[in-house]
Design a protein around this ligand. Structure first.
Ligand code: IVH
Length: 672
């Protein structure tokens, strides 16, 4: 290719990749397959490899390229990054309104823009001539820290605006403000991974997002799935929108992920909007701690001025805290899939946000010691959204003297073998590979819906099979004997035949599913699919080096090491040998040869509590079969999946004529 052509092509590729990235991450409406996307990226990388001097910081290849930094540089903000005054109830909102109405008569007739208040970290993003040039933390509101390279790794963040080439021409200078946070489902998956790795888990999504953004090594940030919402224009050259709601629309048209907002004409509407968000809060996959109410007219907003660091024109209505105090009755220990011991609190049952909580995680033994949590303590417990409830700490002032300090167990509570603490890790492990707890957890994972999907092999049966000594690892499922099964309590002919049929059927599962099912640290469905796209079978994957794997988009050093480590263990090699012998040895199917998935093109919204799935599982399940799950109902929603206690979504679905189904209808949809 001559130079001019190559330069044209590189530009064309970048534009396409930015656009498809935006379709995928911001709009959630991909136009091309992952495979086609990877091909574009591959071609771009190839040209950039040949012409390294053509690489620009806003190239899509530069999302995770930067080397670790020594420290963060200081960044002066172009205007103070203000905070907000709070109101805790409707009286507080009315008082705020009265205050500003007295200052300016225009307030009486003003509109308000209401937006969810995301519980994350403020970031300030600078764009120059349409390219992302600098990103900073809020800091002390005047000066923040330069976290550009970390922000670049967030796939939702447009490296170029407009992300859609048909969008408006951006101003030469544009500085916007937004919030970075972590979705609850991603937080739980990350904590699970950290726990499996014997590392300290994070306390809540907010701390996790903060910790992830402040990594000196951007490749670590890149491994954390962070979400971004941009809600404000800080400064910009040229003519800018006159109202907050127009500003949000303008930001949207440039390709930024923006919050849902509602323009309210009076206080009554504002209060309704606040109530609506409060109701929705539980069902969201991200934490919000309130609603921000903003005077929509930005000229008026500016004229109202600032008190301290809070603009008068806006207020945060904060939801009641989801924290309660209760008695810690007992500390128990759970043994995980990798043998990690995790302490949890057994609590006097207590209601938090409409749900009765009886247990809460204590993270790890260091946490109990650091917080000096004792059995019998009154403890503060928090529960928000779908996050697993956690103990914040004891209420010292309520101590009676009867509380008993806790000593971690020296032996595994399940198999009674001594536990070990690995150098540099906070976790204590049961290292007995045949500890029933680990074997059971491994099997549970192996047969689960997102993995080998062996229907009818629930937790109780798994436990029974392990305790009766019929299975000692996942491979022994395939050598189960019919007669032996029939001799078990509760197993009739029909149950046994169904079970054996389901196990047999799992031999046809894809390579992707088998890789997921192996339970390698950090390898969930997404990574498994990346690996299955790059290797023919487990033989090839097992021979791959960590360096080689890191060449695959989406695979970082930690995951690559974990895969190599998993394959290097003799016990795992033995499992692989047995799986192969039993005919559980799928080969990768090239994407071209795959038929359409059964739920392809269908969009689902989920509401209420489901019986057979957590929020994360149902999302995985639907996506696994080609469908999409979104947060709110619109004209393009195909199905509303309702569980117990559906919220306002059900009304909206009915109003829009969206089909309403229960979870039991899913298998039918999939098989048809
Ligand atoms: S507006 C002057 N809008 O809440 C405007 N803030 O307690 C101030 N936040 O530091 C910010 N979601 O980090 C605004 N939709 C939203 C927000 C939001 C979350 C955060 C922001 C701010 C804090 C104020």
């Amino acid at each position: 290719m001559d130079k001019e052509k190559a330069l044209d092509r590189i530009e064309e590729l970048r534009e396409k990749i930015h656009y498809h990235n935006y379709r995928y991450y911001v709009l959630n409406k991909p136009l091309i397959s992952d495979h086609a996307f990877d091909r574009l990226m591959g071609e771009l990388k190839e040209i950039e490899r040949e012409h390294p001097d053509w690489i620009t910081p806003d190239s899509p290849t530069q999302r995770a390229g930067a080397p670790p930094a020594e420290s963060f540089e200081r960044v002066e903000h172009p205007a103070p990054i203000l905070s907000l005054d709070n109101a805790y109830d409707m009286e507080g909102i009315t008082a705020w309104f009265d205050r500003i109405a007295k200052l300016d008569p225009r307030v009486e007739n003003a509109d308000y823009c209401t937006e969810p208040k995301f519980d994350g970290l403020t970031v300030v993003l600078h764009y120059r001539d349409g390219a992302f040039a600098l990103g900073a933390t809020r800091g002390d509101s005047e000066v923040g820290e330069d976290i550009t390279e970390n922000l670049r790794t967030i796939k939702m963040l447009p490296l170029r605006i407009p992300a859609d080439p048909s969008g408006p021409e951006p101003p030469g200078e544009l500085v916007v403000r937004g919030e970075v946070f972590m979705k609850i489902s991603e937080f739980e998956a990350l904590n699970q991974r950290l726990q499996d790795e014997g590392k300290k888990t994070y306390v809540n999504p907010r701390n996790t997002a903060a910790g992830s953004l402040r990594q000196l090594d951007p490749s670590l940030t890149a491994e954390r799935p962070l979400t971004l919402m941009v809600y404000q224009i800080v400064t910009g050259s040229g003519e800018l929108p006159g109202t907050q709601s127009e500003a949000v629309e303008y930001l949207r048209s440039l390709g930024f992920p923006v919050p849902e907002y509602e323009v309210c004409r009076d206080l009554e509407e504002v209060m309704e909007a606040c109530k609506a968000w409060e109701e929705r809060r539980e069902a969201l996959d991200y934490e919000i701690d309130g609603v921000v109410i903003k005077v929509d007219d930005l000229v008026l907003a500016d004229d109202l001025g600032v008190v301290g660091k809070d603009p008068r024109s806006a207020i945060a209505y904060k939801f009641p805290a989801q924290v309660v105090t209760t008695q810690l009755e007992e500390i128990k220990v759970n043994v995980g899939r990798t043998g990690v011991l995790t302490p949890y609190a057994v609590l006097s049952p207590v209601e938090i946000g409409g749900v009765t909580v009886k247990q809460a995680t204590l993270h790890n033994f260091d946490f109990i010691e650091e917080k000096d949590i004792r059995v019998g303590d009154r403890v503060r417990v928090k529960r928000a959204g779908d996050v697993i409830p956690y103990v914040i700490g004891p209420v010292d002032s309520l101590r009676t003297g009867e509380e008993v300090p806790y000593t971690p167990p020296g032996r595994c509570p399940v198999c009674n073998e001594p536990v070990e603490n690995l150098e540099g890790e906070v976790a204590w492990y049961c290292v007995n590979a045949s500890c029933p707890a680990q074997v059971i957890r491994n099997l549970e994972h192996y047969v689960s819906r997102g993995a080998m999907d062996i229907v009818g092999l629930g937790i109780n049966i798994v436990e029974q099979l392990v305790t009766e000594g019929l299975v000692a690892d996942v491979a022994s499922l395939y050598t189960l004997e019919r007669d032996r099964l029939l001799s078990l309590e509760g197993f009739g002919e029909k149950k046994v035949d169904n079970l054996l049929r389901a196990i047999e059927a799992s031999k046809n599962r894809s390579l992707e599913r088998l890789i997921t099912a192996l339970g390698i640290r950090g390898v969930g469905t997404v990574v498994a699919s990346d690996l299955a796209g790059a290797y023919q079978d487990l033989d090839e994957l097992g021979k791959a080096t960590a360096e080689e794997m890191q060449g695959i988009e989406g695979i970082g050093p930690n995951i690559a090491e974990a895969v190599v480590d998993w394959f290097s263990r003799p016990a795992n090699q033995e499992v692989l040998r047995k799986l192969r012998e039993s005919g559980v040895w799928p080969r990768a199917v090239p994407e071209e040869d795959r038929g359409p998935k059964p739920l392809e093109g269908l969009t689902f919204v989920v509401t209420g509590r489901l019986e057979g799935f957590t929020r994360r599982e149902i999302k995985d399940y639907i996506e696994d079969h080609g469908g999409r799950v979104t947060g709110s109902i619109s004209g393009s929603t195909d199905y509303l999946l309702v569980g117990e206690g559906p919220g306002s979504k059900l009304d909206r679905a009915r109003a829009l004529g969206v089909d309403v189904i229960g979870e039991e209808a899913l298998p039918g949809l999939i098989s048809s």
